[in-house]
Design a protein around this ligand. Structure first.
Ligand code: ADP
Ligand code: MG
Length: 701
């Protein structure tokens, strides 16, 4: 007897090799197969008399094999199987290619179903390579004469094999426990889970298939909402330092800025300060386009935390960015007695305010350097007020109590583990994450419902629009002439190279080649720099520093290397293989220029002949708004592509998508209704168990 836990290997017709292939699809057990949903269906349910199978039609017929034989085509050395099949209404010729075994499977006299298309060519009118299936008494058809499921598969495993195995395990659907509370099923019109699982594979009709899909999509979206609501409630149960608003210091800080805050910045800062005053941990995402000025907002938060006697940590995705944030923040806090520290793998730095002399254990390398152990000791004793570093380093090395605020740049949220690490044994800190990636509304409804959101909508005034052009291959040299002219005028340029193939995970190959080409052939007289992810971080820092100081004219970089650094003098962003990037991502690259009074340019190069790709790129030339570009991305490429599932922390759903707007809303409502009644879900052990499995499966952390 088959059980849910049974390894796929023990199923009928599965040998070691097939088991391995199944494993590659993540299918290890009978249960895995049951939850491996088809990605589309073919409706072969209508059975027609053979006489109605006319040229151009498609359908299923039921007949008797009258004749079957293999022949060889003369030129192409293909094997051809020809058969004649008849029913009461007539007969039809059937042709298959390169399946000589068919004469062993189908014998004269067999009753069979055939589903396929009717063609007309040198064979005359015939069914061409139809699906076939012998009719067995008391057994329903699997591959023909029904709505047939089609599964995603790998090269060496056929959808027919998967279908056969799923059919074997399908009766287990009746044994899967329905964890959904009955009242939710009733209120939201959901069919039973076992019904849904059976019908999702072998639907009796289009309408029950719809119900099955609805139920299974609802399940995923509902579990995400429950997950988020529990996270939120959990956080609400703990306390965090109450950070009171320090008006005088804040005014002094904003007054010293060389610009006025935008309304968006003001509003965001106010929302953050209000959260932090509450005594409950803040859990806020600050979203704002590249260059909208998120850093000052974070600085205002850190300043208030400092004035309340607590410390902040500020985490960046890369060392280069951490360094840049350090430079920026120590500048911003120049007139405040705030000790700002930078922790990277290769060095540490501390900005030691003049009126604060108690940083002992300093090695006098120069006035702002100390040893790493010295730094960590000071940091762990709480003597460094604002510690800047990469995510990994800070979590690993810093064991300070009294962190009042943790800021994370270019990340959507804090993970559970990350939170735990930052909490230590002390109180929960406030959490602020920042992102330049625009989050479409459905996205925030589904994945970010546990977070409070602040959005900076406008850009600081006076920014020049970046002129964007898609450059045709024949105009490449003109673009180079233009770049040469800009560089002569003292400006600088970025060149971004895409990944060429998957084996070259970091895009190193293409960047190196481009670097060689530009420095040897195109711009031999200019200074070209190269930046890629395989370089040592000292070397990366050195290249960035040289670029920042205009010792490098053109910086060739992989897309993988974060170029989120501020080089105001760079006015040209050139992107090779632009069609390989999402619009939102191109927009991020473009945001690296246009940070000064000089007019900036973005040139998109594309080798692709694909019209769709070209259309997509043209959008960049007219649209300057990251938010609409992200929406366009969703339209052109779908969420999976845009959001590179794992890396952005988006769970990998089996069946629900962001297009399921109505179900998203219902699932949210259902989850809220349930949690309101039973905040701990203590009466729903099956739901909690399912949630646990789900979180592991889709990597919700
Ligand atoms: P991002 O949101 O991409 O992190 P930054 O914080 O790096 O943006 O800010 C980009 C640039 O804009 C910085 O040089 C910063 O000093 C400047 N800036 C920030 N706010 C304003 C403002 N209100 N007016 C003018 N310039 C500003
Ligand atoms: Mg930033």
């Amino acid at each position: 007897m088959i059980t849910l836990e049974m390894p796929a290997e023990n199923l009928l017709r599965v040998g070691k090799a097939t088991a391995k292939k199944l494993q590659n699809l993540g299918l290890r057990t009978a249960e895995d197969l049951l939850f491996y949903f088809p990605f589309r269906y073919e409706d072969w349910s209508k059975i027609l008399p053979i006489s109605q199978l006319t040229y151009g039609s498609a359908g299923t017929c039921r007949g008797r094999v009258e004749l079957i034989k293999n022949t060889r085509s003369f030129h192409k050395r293909k094997n051809i199987t020809e058969a004649l099949v008849s029913d009461k209404s007539g007969s039809i010729k059937v042709v298959w290619f390169n399946q000589p075994f068919l004469t062993k499977v189908l014998k004269v006299g067999d009753e069979i179903f055939l589903s396929g298309r009717v063609d007309f060519d040198r064979f005359g009118i015939h069914l061409t390579s139809p699906s076939y299936e012998k009719i067995r008494k008391g057994e329903e058809a699997t591959h023909t004469a029904r709505i047939v499921p089609v599964y995603r598969t790998t090269e060496s495993l056929t959808t027919k094999q998967i279908r056969f195995l799923v059919k074997l395990v399908a009766p287990l659907a009746a044994r899967v426990r329905d964890w959904m509370p009955p009242e939710i099923k009733k209120d939201f019109n959901l069919v039973n889970l076992s019904q849904a699982l059976k019908q999702i594979h072998f639907p009796d009709s289009v309408s029950v298939l719809k119900e099955a899909r609805h139920r299974l999509k609802f399940d995923e979206l509902f579990l995400i909402q429950i997950h988020n609501l529990l996270l939120k409630a959990n956080l609400q149960k703990s306390t965090a330092p109450a950070i009171t608003f320090r008006e005088a210091e804040t005014k002094k800080f904003t007054g010293a800025l060389p610009f006025k805050l935008t309304d968006g910045q003001r509003q965001a800062a106010w929302e953050i300060l209000k959260d932090m005053a509450s005594g409950k941990p803040m859990n806020r995402l600050l979203e704002g386009d590249v260059g909208s000025g998120k850093t000052v907002v974070a600085a205002i938060a850190a300043l208030n935390v400092f004035s309340n006697g607590y410390r902040s940590v500020f985490m960046a995705p890369t060392e280069i960015l951490a360094r840049q944030h350090y430079e920026t923040l120590r500048g911003l806090f120049n007139d405040f007695p705030i000790v700002v520290g930078l922790l990277t793998r290769t060095n540490v730095m501390v900005k030691d305010p003049k009126d604060l002399k108690d940083l002992n254990d300093r090695e006098d390398i120069d006035d702002c350097k100390m040893s790493k152990s010295g730094f960590l000791k000071q940091a762990n004793e709480g003597k460094i007020d604002l510690i800047i570093g990469t995510h990994a380093l800070i979590q690993e090395k810093i064991k300070i109590e009294n962190i009042g605020l943790a800021i994370v740049d270019e990340q959507h949220r804090f993970g559970v583990k990350q939170r735990q690490a930052l909490k230590g044994d002390g109180e929960m800190p406030h959490f602020l994450s920042m992102t330049a990636t625009p989050i479409p509304r459905t996205m925030s409804l589904v994945f970010f419902s546990d977070l409070d959101l602040s959005v900076i909508k406008e850009m600081p005034v006076g920014r020049k629009k970046i002129l964007t052009k898609v450059v045709a291959p024949e105009n490449r040299s003109k673009a180079y002439d233009f770049i040469a002219k800009e560089i002569k005028n003292g400006r600088q340029a970025f060149v971004i190279c895409p990944l060429i193939d998957l084996s070259d995970k970091l895009g190193v190959k293409s960047a190196k080649e481009e670097y060689k080409r530009l420095s040897q052939e195109i711009f031999p007289a200019l200074k070209i720099g190269l930046l890629h992810g395989k370089m040592k971080s000292e070397d990366k820092e050195k290249v960035m520093k040289d670029f920042l100081e205009n010792k490098i004219n053109i910086l060739v970089s992989t897309s993988v290397v974060e170029v989120g650094v501020d080089v105001p003098n760079a006015t040209i962003m050139m992107i090779e293989g632009a069609e390989r990037f999402g619009l939102a991502q191109l927009h991020q690259f473009r945001g690296r220029v246009g940070r000064s009074i000089f007019q900036s340019y973005c040139f998109l190069f594309s080798e692709s002949e694909n019209e769709e790709a070209a259309k997509r790129l043209v959008v960049m030339t007219t649209c300057n708004d990251g938010f609409s570009l992200a929406e366009k991305d969703l339209e052109f490429r779908g969420p999976g592509e845009v959001w590179g599932v794992r890396q952005s922390g988006m769970p990998d759903l089996r069946i629900a998508t962001l297009a399921d707007y109505d179900i998203i809303k219902q699932a949210k409502e259902a989850a809220e209704q349930l949690i309101k009644k039973d905040p701990e879900l203590s009466d729903l052990p099956y739901l909690l168990e399912k949630l646990d499995d789900f979180e592991k499966e889709v990597h919700l952390e």
